[in-house]
Ligand binder design. Structure first.
Ligand code: ZN
Length: 333
C-alpha cells in the first residue's frame, strides 16, 4: 500500500488531499472521479491511511500501529465496499444489504482510530434503493467519519448525492509519469517500458500483462489496415475481420477503430512536423515514419475525420469494421 507522497501522477488531486490533511479539516465526503485504472482506489487507501495515522501531518508515516493495520487490511475503523454479485443475480451492484451493513458499522464510535473511514468503490453501481438509503447517511454523516466514494461515471450519480460530495478529479497519467510507473513499479526497462507507457494510455491500473497484450493485438489490427495493399494484405484483412467477428466482442471493433484514429493522428503529426515528442504511439515511432510516406496528408486527415466521428458517435447499428476496411482502401487509392 502506498502513501500519498508515493503516488505517481494526479498531482492536483494529491495536493488537494494533503492540504486538507495539513489543516486537519477533511471534508465529510469525497468523490474521486476519473477513468478506470488511474489511481482512484490507491489514492483512497493512501488518504485513509493518512487520516488514521497516529503522527498526523499531510501524509501517513507508514510505520505506526494505525498505518500498519491499514496496510494489512485489519483496521477496524476502515470499511471498504465494492459492487458484488449477490445470490443468483448476474449484475454486479452495491445493494441495500451492503448499505445497511455500512450504516450499522458507522453507528459505532471509532474503535481505536481518530475517525472512521468508509471507502465505496465504483459508487455508480449502487442501485436506486441503496442510493436513497445511503443519501440519509450523507445528509447526516456520523461525526468523525470521512466517506470516500470513487466513480468512473460521475454523470450517472443522483444529483442529491453529487451535491453533498467534494469532487476530486483524477486524470490519465502523462507519458513521462507512466514511464516512471513502468520503470519503478512494474520493473520494466527500455523499449518494454515505453511500449507499456504508450499502450496503457495513462492508466497504470489497466497495465496487467494481459491487458497490454490485448492492446498490442488491437493496435496490430489497426496497423495492418495501413499496410501495403497486395494480395497478402487482402487476405490478412479478411482473416482479421473473421477473428474480430468470431470474438463476439463488439467492443473490440471499436477498440481497433480507436487505435486506428490514434495512429492516423500520429501519422499526421509525423507528416506535418516530422517531430515525435507528442505522439501517442511513441514506442513504434520508427514504424510510423516508414508508414507516413505512403499517404498524403490530405488523405490521412480525411480518414481521421471520418473514423474519429465514428468513435465519437458510437453508432452500433453500422458495421464499423466494414467502415475501417473502406477507409483503409480509400487511403490506398
Ligand atoms: Zn502512521
Amino acid at each position: 500500500m502506498l502513501k500519498l507522497s508515493e503516488i505517481i501522477g494526479n498531482g492536483v488531486a494529491i495536493r488537494i488531499l494533503r492540504s486538507a490533511l495539513t489543516q486537519n479539516k477533511p471534508a465529510s465526503a469525497y468523490l474521486f472521479a476519473g477513468p478506470p485504472g488511474v489511481g482512484k482506489r490507491t489514492t483512497a487507501y493512501a488518504f485513509a491511511m493518512a487520516l488514521l495515522c497516529e503522527k498526523g501531518g499531510d501524509d501517513a508515516c507508514g510505520v505506526c500501529g494505525q498505518c500498519r493495520k491499514v496496510m494489512v487490511g485489519s483496521h477496524p475503523d476502515l470499511t471498504y465496499v465494492e459492487p458484488i454479485v449477490r445470490d443468483r443475480k448476474v449484475k454486479q451492484e452495491i445493494d441495500i444489504e451492503s448499505i445497511r451493513e455500512i450504516i450499522r458499522k458507522l453507528s459505532f464510535r471509532p474503535y481505536e482510530g481518530k475517525r472512521k473511514i468508509l471507502i465505496i468503490d465504483q459508487v455508480e453501481k449502487m442501485n436506486l434503493v441503496a442510493s436513497n438509503a445511503f443519501l440519509k447517511t450523507l445528509e447526516e454523516p456520523p461525526g468523525d467519519t470521512v466517506i470516500i466514494l470513487t466513480t468512473e461515471n460521475m454523470s450517472s450519480l443522483l444529483l442529491t448525492i453529487l451535491s453533498r460530495l467534494q469532487k476530486v478529479r483524477f486524470m490519465p497519467l502523462k507519458f513521462e509519469e507512466i514511464l516512471r510507473f513502468a520503470t519503478e513499479r512494474a520493473g520494466l526497462h527500455g523499449e518494454q517500458a515505453e511500449a507499456y507507457a504508450a499502450l496503457s494510455k495513462g492508466a497504470p491500473g489497466m497495465m496487467s500483462e494481459n491487458a497490454i497484450e490485448k492492446e498490442k493485438e488491437t493496435r496490430s489490427f489497426a496497423l495492418a489496415l495501413l499496410g501495403e495493399r497486395d494480395a497478402k494484405w487482402d487476405a490478412d484483412i479478411m482473416k482479421m475481420a473473421d477473428k474480430i467477428d468470431r470474438s463476439k466482442e463488439k467492443a473490440l471493433v471499436y477498440k481497433v477503430l480507436e487505435s486506428f484514429v490514434e495512429l492516423l493522428a500520429d501519422l499526421v503529426k509525423v507528416k506535418t512536423k516530422g517531430k515525435c515528442d507528442s505522439l501517442m504511439n511513441k514506442d513504434i515511432v520508427d514504424e510510423l515514419f516508414s508508414i507516413s510516406p505512403r499517404f498524403s496528408r490530405r488523405k490521412l486527415l480525411r480518414a481521421w475525420d471520418v473514423s474519429s466521428e465514428l468513435v465519437r458517435t458510437r453508432r452500433w447499428n453500422i458495421n464499423p469494421f466494414l467502415i475501417i476496411s473502406l477507409l483503409a482502401l480509400e487511403l490506398k487509392r
